[in-house]
Design a protein around this ligand. Structure first.
Ligand code: ZN
Length: 91
């Protein structure tokens, strides 16, 4: 089920819960019965975990405004194994 928002010209906005993809462009107002037009609003992301919201924001930013680098990143030094590992028995 998904939440869809409609705007009645007389009573204001209300929400309906319908299976995803089945919402029509208009819906009868539950108070006055007049046709109300569908309103598109941002999904309810405030209840999503903060890490998920940050990942979604980063993904959208990356798609719309990708970071541009001016030079090739420097080669990172290869980490050396800890010297204690050399004393371990070899197979
Ligand atoms: Zn109404």
């Amino acid at each position: 089920m998904a939440t869809y928002e409609y705007d009645c010209s007389r009573c204001g906005r209300f929400e309906t819960h319908q299976p995803m993809g089945t919402a029509s462009d208009s819906h009868h107002c539950p108070e006055c019965g007049r046709p109300a037009r569908r309103v598109f609003s941002a999904p309810h992301l405030t209840t999503a975990p903060e890490q998920l919201r940050a990942a979604l924001d980063r993904e959208q930013r990356c798609r719309e405004e990708p970071e541009v680098v001016a030079e090739v990143p420097r080669k990172q030094p290869v980490p050396q194994p800890h010297r204690a590992l050399s004393r371990l028995p070899r197979p």
